[in-house]
Structures are given as C-alpha cells and as structure tokens.
Design a protein around this ligand. Structure first.
Ligand SMILES: [Zn+2]
Length: 240
C-alpha cells in the first residue's frame, strides 16, 4: 500500500531546489565560489541616461552586466530597461522608491518589491530574479519578503564607493578591476559619469586577466556551494 509521508529534513537548500522548494533567503551574497574565471559587474539606481552607453560597451566587448533598477525610474524610462534587456543585460530589483526598506515596515516593503517585479515584467516580459536592497539594508521583514518572492539578495565583494563624489575615476577603476578574484561581484552606480568613463578600461583589464563578465544569475548558477544557509525543507515522499 502506498503511503504519503511528510518528511521534515534539515538540509542545505540551494538553487537546485528553487523550482520546486522555497529557498530560505536569510543572508546576502557577497561573492560566489566558482571554478571558472567569471565576474559579475553590477550597476545600481537606473535606468538613467548612461545605461545605453553601458549596454553598447558590454555588447561590443561580448560581455554582460546586471542593472539593479528602481521601479519608479522604470516608469519614467521603460525603453532603456527594454534596450538593456535586449542587449543581454540582466535586470535586478532595487526596490521601488529606494527608501531604506527596514524603515518602511513589512507591508510597504512588500509593495515596493511587488511593484518593481511587476513593472519589470510588464517592460521586458519576465520578472527580476535577483534583488539588491537600497543601502544594502535588510531586516527580518525584508528576508521574509525575499523568501516569498524567491529573490536572492545580492551585495558585493567590492563596493567601489562610486556613489561618493570624492571617489576618483582611478579609484573606481582600481576597486573594480585590479586584483580581482573569480566569483567577485562588483557594485557600481550607472549614474556616476566617472564610472562610465573608466568602464572601457575596467572591461579591458578584466578581459586581459582572463575573466569572463557574466550576469549575477549566471554567476549564481555556477556556484560550487549551496547559496543558502541551513534550512528546514518539507518534502513529500511516496513510500511503498
Ligand atoms: Zn541604490
């Protein structure tokens, strides 16, 4: 006789489970342990007027990048998000208003996440698969929301601090391109003109060092280790 058993297993969840089981999103990813020489360049706060220039630079170099965009910006410039997507770039969720999400409380933060997922879907036909919190600021409510949406939280192994006007173009270049390691995630801002200015040099140095520039989702898919911490997963099993 067939019995249905509900087995509670404490196990490591990983992306392999993502399609059938919920990952418990409870920490941000700074870098990814990979075998291949790959790096993910990421740009926050768009879409903005510089984005199409980035798209051309990356496309011409046979490279990809990820743009964490704000929902309220997409409403103003949907054609830019569409062009980024068509150039092979990944579109990530960076909230709707860019407010510090923990200050908003669960309901508002949920609305911000949902609205941006929906606007991106309306614009390019698919929802973002990765999330970056404004100011890299998380709390228990946001972890719950990201788990509900199954959106991995992406921080960075190198923050170029290009948001700071005192950071020079040379510093941005060094922090993004010098002595980088496989699996690195580099955080930059598309609106910063100095970042755009040194991007050809950043791309060249990384390529000369043998790195392939991939999207964040491609990087996550190459991870050697599970991306989540211990989590209890409920598994239904048919047992004879
Ligand atoms: Zn931001």
């Amino acid at each position: 006789m067939k019995k249905i058993l509900i087995v509670m297993l404490s196990m490591i969840s990983c992306l392999a489970f993502a399609e059938t089981k919920k990952m418990d999103i409870n920490h941000a990813i700074n870098r990814v342990d990979v075998d291949k020489k790959v790096i993910a360049l990421t740009f926050d706060d768009g879409p903005d007027g510089n984005c199409l220039k980035y798209a051309k630079l990356f496309k011409d170099a046979g490279a990809k990048a990820t743009f964490f965009v704000k929902g309220n910006n997409i409403e103003k410039k949907p054609e830019i998000v569409k062009a980024l997507h068509e150039a092979g770039m990944e579109i990530g969720n960076h909230s709707y208003t860019h407010a510090k999400q923990p200050a908003l409380g669960y309901d508002k933060a949920l609305e911000e996440t949902f609205k941006t997922q929906e606007i991106v879907k309306k614009t390019i036909g698919s929802e973002p698969k990765v999330y970056r919190a404004p100011y890299l600021s998380y709390d228990a409510s946001l972890w719950k929301i990201l788990t509900e949406f199954q959106l991995p939280a992406i921080n960075a192994s190198s923050s170029t601090s290009d948001w700071n006007k005192e950071t020079t173009a040379e510093q941005i270049y060094e922090r993004a391109a010098v002595n980088r390691k496989a699996g690195d995630i580099i955080l930059m801002h598309s609106w910063r003109n100095e970042t755009l200015e040194v991007m050809p040099k950043i791309i060249k140095t990384l390529k000369d060092d043998g790195f392939k520039l991939v999207t964040v989702s491609e990087l996550l898919a190459m991870s050697k280790k599970p991306l989540c911490k211990d989590v209890t997963v409920e598994i239904s099993a048919d047992v004879e």
